[in-house]
Design a protein around this ligand. Structure first.
Ligand code: NAP
Length: 250
């Protein structure tokens, strides 16, 4: 077994924000387990990061499965000997519809992935971290973990729930050396929002909600996430940090 420094697990690591977080960890010399759904894309990203010099391992993991989350953590321990950091980032936008019209299966899937996924993830991650003497977790919520958004009841509910789950878990493990925080991105240019920013008019309306005058970039979220898991954030736990170009300050 290879023995190295810090080891991170990132869910939803094949695309967008998760991929940027994995890249940032690689640049910092942290080994990374990439957990995602699509084997072809996952192995492609794994190779890209190895080409950057990273110690990385892709593992197929549907975060809505408790067993898959267990297997992802086992892969980290098997490949790299321990788990220090975990980023529960995988998420889906879900359907767009008002509450009374929201399809029940779509509601269930958004809750399963965006909220239960992080719960299943942390159950497995925390056990490994306790065995290793501590660790740090970041849950990727959203600005919509703090405010509502018309037509997105499941997403808003899941992201609010994730902030509460973060706080409760932080209190459970604060004295045992595990810090747990949430980040709340504004609109970030990733495949997730490609649909909603298709027309210039809609994109301009969304940009206008961000006082900084543009959408965010995935690497700007990655910087915050990697800071929060690092020892530089050693007194920070149970908190929510927006990275939103001023969206929530309005
Ligand atoms: P993205 O580009 O769509 O990336 C999300 C990744 O998660 C994809 O690789 C996706 O795989 C994967 N994924 C989806 N369901 C999964 C599951 N059940 N198990 C494992 N992996 C799964 O989206 P993103 O913008 O980077 O979003 C990352 C996180 O940031 C999400 O939690 C999102 O809610 C949050 N966020 C994003 C924004 C934004 O504006 N982009 C704003 C606030 C918060 P597939 O592509 O195969 O589905």
């Amino acid at each position: 077994m290879e023995s190295i420094g810090s080891v991170a697990l990132v869910t939803g690591a094949s695309s967008g924000i998760g991929k940027a977080i994995a890249e940032q960890y690689v640049r910092e010399g942290t080994a990374v387990v990439l957990a995602d759904l699509d084997d072809v894309l996952g192995h492609q990203v794994e190779q890209e990061l190895r080409d950057m010099g990273g110690a990385v391992k892709y593992v197929r993991c549907d975060v809505s499965s408790p067993d898959d989350n267990e297997r992802a953590v086992e892969a980290a321990v098997r490949e790299f000997g321990r788990l220090d950091y975990a980023v529960n980032n995988a998420g889906i936008a879900g359907a767009g519809a008002p509450t009374a019209d929201y399809p029940i299966d779509a509601w269930q899937r958004v809750i399963d992935v965006n909220l239960s996924g992080a719960f299943y993830g942390m159950r497995a991650q925390i056990r490994a971290m306790l065995a290793g003497g501590g660790g740090a977790i970041v849950n990727v919520s959203s600005i919509l973990g703090q405010v509502g958004y018309a037509g997105a009841p499941a997403y808003v509910a899941a992201k609010h729930g994730l902030v509460g789950l973060t706080k409760a878990t932080a209190l459970d493990y604060a004295a045992q050396g595990i810090r747990v925080n949430a980040v709340g991105p504004g609109f970030i240019e990733t495949p997730m929002i490609a649909n909603v920013t298709q027309t210039d008019a809609i994109k301009a309306a969304i940009v206008a909600q961000h006082p900084i005058g543009r959408l965010g970039q995935a690497h700007e979220v990655a910087e915050l996430v990697c800071f929060l898991t690092s020892s530089k954030a050693s007194f920070i736990t149970g908190s929510y940090y927006a990275v939103d170009g001023g969206f929530l300050a309005r």
